[in-house]
Design a protein around this ligand. Sequence first.
Ligand SMILES: Cc1cc2nc3c(=O)[nH]c(=O)nc-3n(C[C@H](O)[C@H](O)[C@H](O)COP(=O)(O)OP(=O)(O)OC[C@H]3O[C@@H](n4cnc5c(N)ncnc54)[C@H](O)[C@@H]3O)c2cc1C
Length: 377
Amino acid sequence: MKYDVIVIGAGSMGMAAGYFLSKSGKKTLLLDSFNPPHNKGSHHGETRIIRYAYAEGEEYVPFILRAQQLWDELEKETGKQVFIKTGVLNVGKEKSDFIQNIMKSSEKYSLPLDVMDSEEIHQRWSGITLPNEFIGCYEPTSGVLKCEESIKAYQELAERNGATILSNSRVKDIAVQNDAVTIKTDDKILSADSLVVTAGAWSGSLLSMLDLDVPLTPVRKTFAWFHAKEALYHHHHFPAFAFETPQGLYYGFPSIDGSGLKVGRHDGGEQINPDEAMKGFGEKQEDEGDLVGFLHQYIPNTGELKYGKTCMYTLTPDEKFIIDLHPKYSNVAIAAGFSGHGFKFSSAVGQALSNLIISGENDIDISQFSINRFKGE
Ligand SMILES: Cc1cc2nc3c(=O)[nH]c(=O)nc-3n(C[C@H](O)[C@H](O)[C@H](O)COP(=O)(O)OP(=O)(O)OC[C@H]3O[C@@H](n4cnc5c(N)ncnc54)[C@H](O)[C@@H]3O)c2cc1C
């Protein structure tokens, strides 16, 4: 059978793309090495932060606002909750790029933001203690996405629209002409008019099959849940957070339905090969101590470690995404290199990929995510 579009990688970006393509009437096949949502890539661990006043730069804001609109629509269409409006507290030094970019984004796009000093923060959330030189930018309208639930919701709708999902089907080979694509898995040869590549940490090897040498670095990341008093840290009265500290950039989540407080570190991490077994949480000596050190200093009323996990980021050199058509093939769209901050955008990325395949155009400017910016690296 010939498909209109094959999507390689039915994770965060791919499942959303599958939904938008199938909604537009495209006969769509999604292939994944595992059975999404799963815990072997970049999308597991229950929750992801979505924030709009963006520390990484105001140029992301229109894309984030589109993403939130699409998350709201996903909830309406499925009747399932994927977004929890916990608010997000960003903490850092006033003059830092991190805080300044948040303030600029908020000003330019009129996003609600409460700027607070360390004392005001402690008065509002007594579970947080900060040195005087820190300030907080609290965004009351943003919050948390349930990551696996979001992927399941897009899967349900894509299948309802007639999309086919083949799990446990790892793509081994790709051949492209301008009007046709042939894909090989262990036991199948499949063909389509167009292709979407959304393979997360494995994107480098798949893109090399398409003659693209893109600088992508998969890294090991850790995160963990800690016992936490619900009176202080429950999501009804404690926000998700991102703290830029002298030790590193840490982020976390309130206790959601008794989960405990979840915390991770955004910067750093060891480069890995996604095809080799990665050390589990706690197998590296610093895994627990790093997170505990952060909590003791800034969120000191939390308790013992419950459990931790590992996951992968895929970094680009500038930590911006790649969302583009293949420079040689207009029937191949690529989304990769989400650099540890892509999940919140995945609804809008799925829509953008579908638009790239269908018309080659998008109503939101995605030129900042062009693949050509790495030429010569
Ligand atoms: C610990 C952690 C915390 C994070 N926190 C946040 C956050 O708070 N907010 C935020 O916005 N983002 C966050 N992110 C980033 C976000 O989760 C990722 O950017 C996003 O999930 C990447 O999506 P993806 O589709 O590229 O990869 P994935 O969701 O991993 O999907 C890729 C899929 O491709 C499949 N695949 C790969 N190779 C093949 C092949 N050869 N054949 C078939 N299928 C294949 C894989 O099995 C996988 O299912 C976090 C990431 C991690 C790891």
